[in-house]
Design a protein around this ligand. Structure first.
Ligand SMILES: Cc1cc2nc3c(=O)[nH]c(=O)nc-3n(C[C@H](O)[C@H](O)[C@H](O)COP(=O)(O)OP(=O)(O)OC[C@H]3O[C@@H](n4cnc5c(N)ncnc54)[C@H](O)[C@@H]3O)c2cc1C
Length: 417
């Protein structure tokens, strides 16, 4: 193996890691090595729904929304910035509530939008026919529309950032697993790979569903629980067009958007498949993840009156990946406590794809300048203490999963267990 030293090693070439490596290379961080046990952009990231949502009523949601807004600008500029193609659909997004409680969540969000600088307004069933003609307002009590939300097909993003990183001087080591860490004097000193050690004074763990397992090799108990998340895409359906808006039915925890002439549906079932951390070691590939279309049929049944065309449509694609849930539903970015030079980007809570451009840019700035960017401050990795017990992490994060799409459901951070 040719490379024995780097200035920064980034472990994981998904949306987070590839974006970080690209922005480090552009920022002049020196020798940047991007390492992945598989091909870049081949694991959870290319299986995402690729949707944004910017408006939230609670402070953490708004902080996440700011990362989405900044990322939407970077998605739009992606081809010019990186030289890589990316098709972005500025479809806007609709939120639907089917209960009085849900209608209150939406009213709070409409009130919060202007403070976030985002256009958002209530719509009725006549408006819906123009914005998302594939949907009906059957049983829907309230709706809002945010015109500036976007979606994109996810396959090109991480791979595009990885290629652009290489053009800016980064080295890509693909099909190379990181199997341990070098540490000295309370600092990170590099990584061990299957092909030998690489010394580096800064290392970023951007290992997606493998994050907790990889962190353990450095002596960390990172609270990032891998959970399977799936979606389906139907055959093409008459009248569905790419410019039609994303729809999210909040109480049902289901999203639907156009995709390749058909409809994409995904959501949050009550009892998702939890992937044991021990199963997500080096060598595990998302291709081996068992999929269960029955889960998706169950989610479709929850919203059958709203999306009648889904009922008879044939799923052309069923895909899934392994996002990670954290105890407070928000991601973890920045330096870890106790090991100098070691950074984390993960705990995506099924929302990492849409913020990865901004996170890459800001985390690279943090690593290069040593100064924490304001936009990442709420998501500092060291807001959590150690979470050594798998069972406790699983139960807390599953509670969060079941409250997905509610306004910050359990305010306050359960910091450590
Ligand atoms: C069905 C579905 C729909 C989704 N929809 C959305 C959405 O609409 N919007 C949104 O924002 N997010 C969405 N997400 C979440 C999104 O996919 C994730 O937030 C994002 O892909 C996380 O990127 P990542 O880089 O952390 O993970 P990954 O893409 O999995 O990348 C991690 C990489 O680390 C590598 N790695 C791990 N361990 C090692 C090791 N020891 N050595 C070397 N390499 C290693 C892996 O091989 C992998 O390539 C969705 C996810 C799914 C599954």
């Amino acid at each position: 193996m040719a490379r024995h030293r780097a200035d920064v090693v980034v472990v994981g070439a998904g949306a987070f890691g590839s974006s970080i490596a690209y922005h480090l290379a552009v920022a002049g961080a020196g020798d940047v090595a991007l390492i992945d046990q598989h091909a870049p952009g081949s694991q959870t990231s290319p299986r995402a729904a690729g949707m944004t949502r910017q408006v939230f009523a609670d402070p953490m949601g708004q902080a996440h929304g700011r990362l989405q807004t900044r990322s939407i600008a970077k998605f739009a500029a992606f081809a010019d910035e990186t030289g890589e193609p990316l098709m972005v659909h500025r479809s806007g997004s609709v939120a639907m509530a089917t209960t009085d409680e849900g209608a209150r969540w939406l009213a709070d969000e409409i009130a919060a939008g202007p403070g976030q600088g985002i256009e958002i307004y209530a719509i009725d069933s006549a408006d819906l026919r123009g914005i998302a003609p594939y949907a009906r307002a059957e049983g829907v009590r309230a709706m809002w529309f945010t015109p500036s939300d976007v979606y994109l097909e996810p396959e090109r993003l991480a791979a595009g950032y990885a290629r652009a990183a290489i053009r800016h001087g980064a080295a890509l080591l693909e099909h190379t697993a990181v199997i341990g860490f070098l540490q000295a004097g309370g600092r990170i000193a590099g990584v061990h790979t299957a092909d030998g050690p690489i010394e580096a004074p800064a290392v970023v763990l951007a290992a997606g569903g493998w994050l907790r397992a990889l962190g353990r090799l450095a002596g960390l108990s990172l609270p990032a629980q891998p959970v399977r998340h799936q979606l389906l895409i139907t055959d093409p359906l008459p009248g569905v067009a790419p410019e039609h808006a994303i729809c999210r039915v909040r109480e049902a925890r289901v999203y639907v958007r156009p995709s390749a002439g058909g409809l994409m549906l995904g959501g949050y079932e009550d009892s998702p498949l939890v992937v044991p951390t021990g199963d997500v070691g080096p060598g595990f590939s998302i291709e081996a993840l068992p999929l269960d279309p029955r889960v998706l049929h169950g989610l479709a049944a929850r919203v059958a009156r709203i999306f009648p065309d889904l009922a008879g449509a044939r799923p052309r694609v069923v895909r899934g990946g392994v996002p990670t849930m954290t105890p407070d539903s928000w991601p973890i970015f920045g330096p870890v406590a106790d090991i100098g030079g070691l950074f984390v980007a993960g705990g995506d809570n099924v929302g990492g794809f849409s913020i990865s451009p901004a996170v890459g840019e800001l985390l690279a700035e943090w690593i290069v300048t040593g100064r924490q960017p304001d936009l990442l401050a709420p998501f500092r990795a060291d807001r959590f203490g150690p979470w050594p017990h798998d069972a406790e992490l699983e139960s807390v994060t599953l509670e969060r999963w079941r409250l997905h799409y509610r306004p910050d459901p359990l305010p306050g951070t359960p910091a450590t267990r």
